[in-house]
Design a binder for this molecule. Sequence first.
Ligand SMILES: [Fe+2]
Ligand SMILES: [Fe+2]
Length: 279
Amino acid sequence: MFASIRRSICSKHHSPKIELKRSLQRCFSALAKPPSGEPQRQPSARPNSAQIFRKLLPYTSKYDGERYFVPQTWTDKVVKGMVKLFRFPMDTIFREDYMRRVIYLETVAAVPGLVAGSWLHFHCLRRLHDDAGWIIRLLDESENERMHLTAFLHYEQPGLLQRFMILATQIVYTSVYFVAYAVSPKACHRFVGMLEEEAVFSYNEFLKLVDSGKIPNGPAPKVAKDYWELSTDATLRDLIVAIRDDECEHRDINHAYASEIQDGTSPYDFEPISPTSRS
Ligand SMILES: [Fe+2]
Ligand SMILES: [Fe+2]
């Protein structure tokens, strides 16, 4: 009797295993074949992260000449000395080989924004406060520097020695910068602001070599035309001018952030968010 009851139940209700198998089959067949009459999705022209960032953060600075921050505190003076110290080996190693120089330096320049953005991100999570839009700007800076590198790689590829330099510098510089940022975000933003001053100077030197014909003024790569929205006949010169604008922007933002930290008005001084909206 019990066997017949079980048979009659099983004939109406399948075991959970079979039910699960069937529903999985239904799911996969639905994924494979969309129901007729439903429009099929075309592969979308999804903008890349660079284009999204550019839309979110339109340029705020344009080239306004070479400008240099006058050190105000002893920390600023130490930082200025470090920047000059950092520049010396670059001038010695690369001299007028600006293409190799910028390829190497852009791999270095893309580090601080990511480190600072990550650090502040965790700070905001830990201390429960707002970031006043700093994080996305810092990440944008890092992304932007990597785009400088991407654009120049279309003109020249680094050799084995330079690749080793890039690897070694990344390991050392990222570690040191991370610790330095944890100790003094203000000094680090001032340091980047001063490095960017040097970058503006270097790109002016690069432009002089292009204008004198010592470096050929070839066409700008497509990736650069898309990213900076350059004209279809844009050249290396146009690309350098666009990148110099970016460096001005990084310079101004980092000096502003350093000053805000010094004045005690930066996100690092924000109070935790309070539940004011609760009725
Ligand atoms: Fe750069
Ligand atoms: Fe920069």
